[in-house]
Write a protein that binds this ligand. Structure first.
Ligand code: SSN
Length: 498
């Protein structure tokens, strides 16, 4: 690794790993090829990782399967203890992890810490879940018959993980899989492999047996073929994917071949509704954190902001005032409150969306441009007013720091436009009318409804969408671990009188 200069200092540099981990070995790709990891805040490479290809998949899956044969029999309390030890070591490595997350994703250090703390919740939560996996017993309708169910781990799981929350998305998936007794092959995103490798190193230090967590890194070019090989490998019994709806459909096609159990956490295009009777300060505070979190690069971010006519102008002015105070810069610089986008592709998409909105009549009341005065993938925090339904942002996620404001008159109209999307991940509503809030909870088409809040992600809350935002739940009681379990039914006939 001598040719790369680390742009940060770590308290424990031995945490850093630059090879994939299969079983107990840190390994390169069979081809020997590697790819570079870039700092989105400078556009400079600071590490490289193996560019694994489809031919590298079998070794990882076979190791995970050999580990599964033993791990499935491990007592749940022991699995819980390992998860807790992993949690404790991750707490101890918090400062180092934050630096790595910032230099892979670009997000400001404060947000990197926020992600780590959110992620620690998953290890803590799933340690508890491991011991609460339960079957059932019932008396059948037929005489002298009892029916019972047991839950068993499904087998090797594959996780296809995005770059926007590289710690949280790995721990949310591996935590649930391990609690269930499954082993896993993780394919991190090409932008953020190091975060996943450090987590694997911490898992190893926590005593988690070799082969339970395998990490196969790869570049953009090899990602489609490697992912397909993982999904189609006969020993992989479960796939979990977080990413775009377009890729999610491909993953579903691959999994259909082997009828693999699948969890899909896909795109959002989430509406954020502010009614005349809302507490505007509360709505603005929540929108500021939700919209600008990781420069708009979260699947649950507010993509379309609908504001009722009576408060529209005041809301737009307040949002502009608060947003103008954001400090855009490198995530590791102390006063930065918004970092770069993680990929240069995102700049192109954001520019095209702003241009499209402008052409169709929207007002750009703040920002609107890529920042060209410094290296890195920066885009100005942008507010568009007077948005209409035919504009691109109305139909697709922007995944960029663009707040798109729409005016509405009535609740019925707001619900209709909010639901007018193929996606259904999260919706947000701000109103002090409790009857209206209840109607919105029932009428908004999304898997998660934020009610006077823009922040509902937590280990204890089921996370997942409906419609083309996917299916299956991550985190939350029972539901997340169930994604990694099969239910076996036992039926017993008893002799004698009962
Ligand atoms: O972007 C997807 C995940 C966001 C979250 O877990 O809050």
């Amino acid at each position: 690794m001598a040719q790369y200069q680390l742009p940060f200092k770590l308290a424990d540099p031995s945490l850093l790993k630059f090879d994939s981990i299969i079983g107990d070995k840190w390994v390169g790709a069979k081809s020997g090829k590697r790819f570079e990891v870039l700092d989105p805040g400078t556009d400079k490479a600071w590490a490289s990782c193996p560019a694994n290809a489809a031919e590298d998949v079998s070794a990882a899956v076979e190791n995970a399967h050999a580990a599964f044969e033993k791990f499935r029999k491990v007592n749940p309390r022991q699995r819980a203890k390992w998860l807790l030890e992993w949690h404790n070591l991750t707490v101890a490595a918090r400062d180092d992890l934050a630096q790595i997350v910032t230099h892979e994703t670009g997000k400001p250090l404060a947000e990197a810490y926020g992600e780590i703390d959110y992620s620690l919740g998953f290890l803590w939560w799933f340690a508890g879940e491991a011991e609460r996996i339960q079957g059932s017993v019932s008396t059948a309708a037929a005489p002298n018959r009892r029916v019972f169910t047991i839950k068993q781990p499904i087998g090797v799981a594959a996780a296809l993980v995005p770059w926007n929350f590289p710690i949280a998305m790995v721990l949310r998936k591996v935590g649930a899989a391990m609690a269930a007794g499954c082993t896993m092959v993780v394919k991190p995103s090409p932008e953020t492999p190091i975060s996943a490798l450090v987590l694997a190193e911490l898992a190893h230090r926590a005593g988690i047996p070799a082969g339970v967590l395998n990490v196969l890194t790869t570049d953009l070019e090899n990602t489609p073929a490697l992912s397909e090989a993982l999904c189609k490998h006969p020993l992989v019994k479960k796939v979990t994917f977080t990413g775009s709806t377009r890729v999610g459909k491909l993953v579903a096609e691959h999994c259909a071949h082997g009828l693999k159990k699948l969890t899909l956490e896909l795109g959002g295009n989430c509406p954020f509704l502010v009614f005349d009777d809302a507490n505007l300060d509360q709505a603005i505070d929540q929108l500021m954190s939700l919209k600008w979190r990781h420069a708009g690069q979260a699947c649950i971010t507010a993509n379309r902001i609908y504001v009722q006519a009576g408060v529209y102008d005041r809301f737009a002015a307040l949002l502009k005032e608060r947003t103008s105070a954001l400090v855009v810069g490198h995530g590791a610089v102390a006063d930065t409150t918004m970092g770069p986008l993680t990929t240069p592709r995102s700049i192109e998409k954001a520019s095209a969306q702003v241009e499209d909105a402008r052409r169709l009549g929207a007002d750009v009341i703040l920002g609107g441009n890529a920042v060209k005065s410094q290296p890195g993938y920066f885009f100005e925090p942008t507010i568009l007013s007077g948005m209409t339904e035919e504009m691109l942002i109305s139909q697709e996620e922007s995944f960029a720091p663009i707040a798109a404001l729409y005016r509405f008159e009535t609740e019925d109209q707001a619900v209709k436009v909010a639901n007018d999307t193929s996606m259904g991940l999260a919706s947000y509503a701000f109103t002090k009318n409790i009857d209206r809030m209840w109607r919105l909870l029932e009428n908004l088409e999304a898997g998660m409804i934020g009610m006077n809040t823009g922040n509902s992600s937590a280990a204890e809350s089921p996370f997942g969408g409906i419609k083309e935002s996917g299916y299956g739940k991550e985190s939350g009681k029972d539901v997340a671990v169930n994604e990694y379990l099969v239910t076996k039914t036992g039926t017993m006939t008893l002799e004698g009188q009962y």
